[in-house]
Design a protein around this ligand. Structure first.
Ligand code: MLC
Length: 507
């Protein structure tokens, strides 16, 4: 059964129960029951259908975390169209690329973003309409429902059809849209439901952004799939999170290491009792050993670390019952196969040897949108997805990640692809050459650092470089630190030796 069918069943079965509880930054709450969720989703479908949304259309949602986003996302998928969530922080330069590449037919955006978006419209021939919404996280959506309401014609979800596109970058070129199908979503939800023991009486506190796999598929869909209640805060604030966890007697919380570290800091100041919680999960970045210990010491709960990525959803998880091994991402989820191979020869490696982590299962996306060559490179001839992560399998099956074969920085749980930043740096007239690296950072995991050779005769400052990047890239991709050098170390192939740069400059 697909996620949408299961959700429809839950809406009937748990009609009176709260599905979503949206809290604004001031603490005002709007509760939506499962019956209301179904009713408003259907109204939103009627609205979209009347607008002309058809199966297969890409519908971009560049909205803050708010109820209209959730209704649009669910309604788009139920009409057989493709939901394309986008970070509301993307500047025009990045947004144009995503809309062009996806050939998005409709864009829903925050009315506040209108001045920035309007000049892009002539460059977007596929875009039929851009709908600006006055969004408040807790206000119900104001979609005009056609009257008399024409019958909605939802298609029974085809498990093989794409319903969601998540953009992800890589070692080369611009970001690519990973095409996730109804079948991918339901397979991964079923695996997580079993592995984490999701229950209908769970109360999830949701603080993550909903334009990524973690906040959208694992957390929000996870709660709805279980018939549980999701309490959503639009942004993360450690003190407010601790308060809400206690006041709402939450049972499940999902975060990235930066979030967990801030919770530990805030709890030490406040003192909290979280005895009602049953599960804290951590993902999107490596969980440092000291944080694993500090969290346990502070809250008496052991973080459950899991591992996943946009193309595959969740891959492994430490167990709900049994050893949550510090430093390990745990065991392959039910229905997900993991192998470790020699990155050069592709031969399977024995236990305890480091190689590339490859994944196979109904959770793995069907490929990249209109990029058959990149899709072909991402999969092996025998159908395994190459994660680009390095890891090993211990004899008892636990997987431990040991680094990345790909050039990637993770900052606060967001992926930053150095080539994308280097491309923007290259557009600055004072930059002759650059290399972008991640330096270890206690709060963010890694800190984006730009190493630059200035063009002779120019005198650009670090602040100017950062401002240039901030104008062209979403905030978290912009370097936090800029270093000027006379030369960049290169390997025999002429590529910048980033490992050496990190060693020399990160200190
Ligand atoms: C915010 N800033 C960041 C940043 N997040 N900078 C670097 N890295 C980040 N991750 C910037 C802000 O723009 C701001 O810039 C400054 O840092 C201080 O902001 P803040 O208020 O302290 O940050 P905050 O808004 O609290 O955000 C921190 C955070 C957030 C940890 C809550 O980054 C976050 O929600 N991370 C979760 C990411 C996530 O969901 N990843 C899932 C990807 S899916 P300035 O210049 O204005 O001061 C995936 C697959 C999987 O990876 O397996 O999960």
């Amino acid at each position: 059964m697909t996620f949408l069918e299961r959700l429809e069943q839950n809406c009937a079965r748990y009609a009176a129960k709260t599905a979503l509880e949206f809290m604004d930054d001031g603490g005002t709450v709007t509760a939506v029951s499962y019956a209301e969720l179904e009713q408003t989703t259907r109204q939103t479908m009627a609205y979209l259908q009347n607008l002309g949304v058809a199966a297969g259309d890409r519908i971009a949602l560049q909205l803050p975390k708010c109820l209209p986003f959730i209704y649009l996302h669910l309604a788009v998928m139920r009409l057989g169209a493709i939901s394309l969530p986008l970070n509301p922080g993307y500047p025009a330069h990045e947004l144009r690329y995503f809309l062009q590449d996806a050939a998005a037919r409709f864009l829903f955006a925050d009315a506040a973003a209108q001045p920035g978006i309007a000049p892009l419209l002539p460059d977007l021939p596929a875009l039929q309409a851009c709908i600006f919404l006055d969004v408040s996280p807790i206000a119900p959506p104001q979609f005009p429902v056609p009257s008399p309401q024409s019958p909605i014609s939802p298609l029974p979800p085809d498990p093989a059809a794409t319903c969601l596109m998540i953009y992800t970058s890589g070692t080369t070129g611009r970001p690519k849209g990973a095409e996730l199908t109804h079948g991918n979503l339901s397979a991964n939800l079923d695996s997580l439901h079993e592995a984490w023991g999701w229950r209908a009486d769970d109360v999830l506190l949701h603080v993550l952004p909903i334009f990524h796999v973690h906040g959208l598929l694992v957390a929000l869909h996870g709660a709805l799939h279980a018939g549980a209640t999701a309490v959503l805060q639009p942004t993360f604030n450690a003190a407010q999170t601790l308060r809400t966890l206690q006041e709402r007697r939450c049972t499940v919380f999902m975060g990235v290491p930066t979030i967990h570290r801030r919770l530990v800091g805030a709890a030490q100041a406040a003192g909290v009792d979280l005895g009602h919680m049953r599960l804290f999960t951590s993902g999107s970045d490596r969980l440092p050993d000291d944080l694993f210990q500090a969290f346990q010491a502070t809250f008496g709960h052991t973080l459950l670390e899991r591992y996943g990525m946009s193309e595959t959803g969740m891959i492994t998880s430490n167990p709900l019952h049994g050893e949550r091994r510090v430093g390990s991402v745990g065991l392959p989820l039910p229905g997900v196969a993991v192998r470790i191979v020699d990155p050069d020869t592709g031969a399977a490696l024995p236990d305890n040897q480091i190689g590339e982590v490859q994944v196979r299962g109904a959770n793995v996306c069907k490929g990249y949108w209109r990029q058959p060559e990149k899709t072909a490179v991402a999969f092996t001839a025998d159908g395994w997805f190459r994660t680009g992560d390095l890891g090993l399998r211990e004899p008892d099956g636990y997987i431990t990640l040991k680094g990345r074969a790909k050039d990637l920085i993770i900052s606060g749980g967001f992926n930053v692809y150095p080539p994308e930043v280097e491309l923007v740096l290259a557009q600055h007239p004072a930059v002759q050459a650059s290399a972008v690296i991640g330096c270890p950072d206690a709060e963010w995991g890694e800190r984006v650092t730009a190493v630059i050779i200035r063009r002779p005769g120019t005198a650009v400052t670090a602040a100017e470089i950062i401002a240039h990047c901030q104008a062209h890239l979403v905030g978290y991709k912009a370097p936090r630190r800029v270093l000027f050098v006379d030369d960049l170390p290169r390997n025999a192939l002429g590529k910048v030796a980033k490992a050496q740069l990190r060693q020399d400059l990160c200190g």
